[in-house]
Design a protein around this ligand. Sequence first.
Ligand code: S3P
Length: 419
Amino acid sequence: MRINPSKKIKGSITIPPDKSISHRSLILTGMARNESTISNILESDDIKSSLNAMQKLGATFLGDFKEMTITPFKKPVSSQLNCENSGTTTRLLSGVVSSYEGIFDFIGDDSLSTRPMKRISEPLTKMGSQFVWQSKEGFLPFTIKGGKLRGIAYDNIKRSAQVKSAILLAGLRADGTTIVYEQTKTRDHTERLLTQMGADIRTGEGKVEIRASEIEGLKMTIPGDFSSAAFFLALAACHEHAILEIKNCSTNPSRTGLFEILSKMGADVSLSNEHQDLEPYGDITIKSSQLTGIQIPDHLIPNMIDELPLIALLGCHANGKTTVRNASELRVKESDRIAILCEMFKNIGVSITELEDGFEIEGPQTIKGGVAESHHDHRMAMLAAVCGVLSQEGVQIKNHECVSVSFPSFFETLQTITG
Ligand code: S3P
């Protein structure tokens, strides 16, 4: 797909529903004691992976992604779960099935099969689950033999919300107390949902504790995904003639590090109509901005892990140096996002320094344009598109279709604001 430069960015848009909350809403309601109704679920490949897996386990889903009624399973059926490209499906469901008697086979696509799984097998095995690696130790495909679990205390050193969630979901049916410590807070959607659903869960400074409990069904509406909105926020901040409004977007503080960074870099960005719901949301307005380079504070790295490649784009338009460090987790996402980012920037005429655990970029620079390869990573395809709009000569994206993982209507939305 070819993306041409655009003279202005203008409009008011809504963003598809939050991916992390959509996964959790389907998984947690599928384990509840009674029915739930969820509105505005993300209709994307990743969420279909969670939905299909939960169906295989015996939960039933009626309606469509606009509004779905979920009838939970009583006890999950031993089955093969194809998690396709979704790390969240694999890791959260591993926690769920570990606490039930049965044999559960997990498989995924080529990208998912290279992503590390020891981070969940280690704590879950300590709790009493059994993992059998079918091909290579620590990677998909694997089999889980579930059963009676015991609570553990675990330090979430990977700073991963998926790891924390897997342990909490296993802890929901384990003997004793399960505690997850985290020095740096990661996204808290699992804790919010579990609390709302009546689980025996306590969140304190630097830790979450859970005890065995039944959870009740719920009714909720999912707000727009801040991580998807992030592409448009970065685009508007960097563009010379931009004014953009994003409506009903999640403003969960464990996700909005990029908002803080945009403000610190000098962006003209503001929040209005904020609603304090189970998951908070509001409207964001952003305009063309004069940006200044920044070093991203370490405590915000997990908070904005999926938005970090966009920091390179902001850094490219900012005065001075912008640095991201302590972010080696980016190397084990849907692709090696540090390597792919640096390759992409070089190919479109931007100079960037690759670091072991991040990158450094000196601005301001102009994006010349050229060919950008997504390596089938949805967020890298969307980054390439935004670079194209800001470039002198346009960007041709190779393998752009993967945006369907999190934002199937991305190119249509981009078209509405660029004309
Ligand atoms: C997610 C957590 C993050 C993020 C991913 C979604 C989640 O991964 O990169 O896109 O929904 O919990 P980690 O928790 O492994 O950092």
